[in-house]
Design a binder for this molecule. Structure first.
Ligand code: ADP
Ligand code: MG
Length: 257
C-alpha cells in the first residue's frame, strides 16, 4: 500500500541547535498513530513538517511526501502546498477558534481552503457548505451550540468545534498536536473518542501527539516514541513496557486515565 505520509532523513535545527535527527516515518492510509515523548523531544516540530506548515524552512536533504505530493524542503509556499493544506486538518492544543465568531462560523472556516478566494473573503457560504458544517457539529455533539459565540464554550467543547471544522474541511488526514493536554479527563476522553470514531468510520488517517501515554495505549495501535529528536520506538502499543516508558520520560511519566 502507498504511504499517505512518508518522511525520509528529516533533520531540523533551530539556530544551530539540532532538534530532529535523521527521522524516517511512513504512515499508511487509515492508521491512527500516537507520537509520544517527553516535552522538548520534537513531537510538534515533526508534526509541523508533516503539515507543510514548516515548508518554508530549510530542512536539508530530507524528503517529505504527503498523499503522494512532495512537501519541498526550503521551498516556497506554492499551489501544491496550499492544496496539501486543504487535505490536512490541524488540531491545536489551544483549539485556535475565532472566539468572537459563532461556533457555526468557525466550523464554516474549514471550507475556505476549497472555495474561491473571493467567496471566502466575503464569507459567502453555499447551502451545501452550511449543511456540511451543521452535520459536522452534529457529529461532535454540538449542533445545539451552533449560534453561540465560540469563546463562551468550555475547552473540551471548543476542541470538538475544532474537530468539526476539520470535518467540514473534508480533510483526509488529521494532525492533532496535544489536543487533550489542556482538558480534564472527561473532556479528553470525548475528544479522543471522536478522533477514534473519525478514524474508524471515515477511514481518515490520524496522527496525534500525546503527552499522556495511557491515552496513546488506549486509542492507538501504533505508537511512535521520540527521545531527544530521535525516533526511539515505532511499533505496536503492546510492545511498550513500563521500564521503557520511564526511561523515555526520565521518570516524569504522566498517567491520567
Ligand atoms: P515537543 O512538541 O515534543 O515538546 P518541540 O518540537 O516543540 O517538542 O521542540 C523540540 C525542540 O525544538 C525543543 O528543544 C524546542 O526548544 C526546540 N524548538 C521548537 N520550536 C522552536 C523554535 N521556533 N525556535 C527555536 N527552538 C525551537
Ligand atoms: Mg509539542
Amino acid at each position: 500500500m502507498n504511504s499517505v505520509i512518508r518522511v525520509e532523513g528529516l533533520n531540523k535545527s533551530f539556530g544551530g541547535k539540532q532538534v530532529l535527527f535523521n527521522m524516517g516515518l511512513a504512515v499508511q492510509p487509515g492508521e491512527m498513530v500516537a507520537l509520544i515523548g517527553a516535552s522538548g523531544s520534537g513531537k510538534s516540530t515533526l508534526l509541523r513538517h508533516l503539515s507543510g506548515l514548516a515548508c518554508g524552512d530549510k530542512h536539508g536533504s530530507s524528503s517529505i511526501s504527503v498523499m503522494g505530493r512532495s512537501v519541498q524542503s526550503g521551498g516556497q509556499l506554492n499551489g501544491q502546498v496550499r492544496r496539501l493544506r486543504a487535505d490536512i486538518g490541524y488540531i491545536f492544543q489551544q483549539f485556535n477558534l475565532v472566539g468572537r465568531l459563532s461556533v457555526l462560523r468557525n466550523v464554516l472556516l474549514g471550507c475556505l481552503g476549497r472555495m474561491p478566494r473571493w467567496r471566502g473573503s466575503l464569507g459567502m457560504f453555499t447551502p451545501e457548505e452550511k449543511q456540511l458544517a451543521m452535520a459536522s457539529l452534529e457529529r461532535v455533539g454540538l449542533a445545539d451550540y451552533a449560534h453561540r459565540r465560540a469563546s463562551t464554550l468550555s475547552g473540551g467543547q471548543q476542541q470538538r468545534v475544532a474537530i468539526a471544522r476539520a470535518l467540514t474541511q473534508r480533510a483526509e488526514i488529521i494532525l492533532a498536536d496535544e489536543p487533550i493536554a489542556s482538558l480534564d479527563p472527561e473532556s479528553a476522553r470525548k475528544v479522543m473518542d471522536i478522533l477514534a470514531d473519525i478514524n474508524e468510520k471515515d477511514g481518515k488517517t490520524v496522527v496525534v501527539t500525546l503527552h499522556q501515554v495511557d491515552y496513546a495505549a488506549r486509542y492507538c495501535k501504533r505508537v511512535v516514541a521520540l527521545k531527544s529528536g530521535h525516533i526511539h520506538f515505532d511499533g505496536s502499543v503492546d510492545a511498550l513496557d513500563g521500564v521503557f516508558l520511564n526511561d523515555l520520560y526520565g521518570g516524569d511519566l504522566d498517567t491520567s486515565l
